[in-house]
Design a protein around this ligand. Structure first.
Ligand code: HEC
Length: 138
């Protein structure tokens, strides 16, 4: 648990570094004993997916992914509560890639296939899996 906190803090530091314009700012001193998860590990996917979610999905689906984003009131039906989804990972991946309309859902769920990479889409699905209840459909 503690190790996880250290890691997350180190990664945030890196992101902070990347966000500032100066190339010097990237040279943040990281603690030498931090072992980052392998990029193919579930932990790394979920972490990257949470960043995709914060960047692209929060406005509608909300910080807590409960469908209560700032723009949620604009849409009927409202953005789905992604913590209580009854859909499989495969379905989620499809609706994220294609958007709501071709899936016979609301056109206000935008298509992300041209904006996000395949990796980002699969990462965000991993993130959604990580916040879904144990008994949610797979
Ligand atoms: C402009 C608002 C908006 C944004 C931004 C948005 N969504 Fe949605 N999303 C919706 C709406 C509205 C629905 C509900 C569609 C319906 O019920 O017909 C939805 C539905 C979904 C569903 C279906 C869930 C279910 O249980 O049926 C998934 C999965 C989903 N969104 C994921 C995402 C992800 C991931 C992102 C970011 C990459 C995102 N959405 C960004 C509006 C949005």
């Amino acid at each position: 648990m503690k190790r996880h906190g250290v890691r997350a803090a180190a990664v945030s530091l890196m992101l902070l570094g990347a966000a500032t314009a100066s190339p010097m700012a990237a040279a943040v001193d990281l603690p030498s004993d931090v072992d980052f998860p392998h990029r193919d590990s579930p932990e790394a996917r979920v972490y990257r997916g949470s960043i995709v979610f914060s960047n692209y999905c929060v406005l509608c689906h909300g910080q807590n992914a409960d469908g209560k984003g700032r723009a949620a009131k604009l849409y009927t039906p409202p953005p789905a509560n992604l913590r209580k989804s009854d859909k499989t990972d495969e379905y989620k991946e499809l609706i994220i890639r294609r958007g709501g309309a071709p899936m016979a859902r609301s056109e206000f769920m935008p298509p992300w296939g041209a904006e996000l990479t395949e990796e980002q889409i699969s990462d965000v699905v991993s993130f959604l899996r990580s916040i879904a209840p144990e008994d949610a459909p797979r």
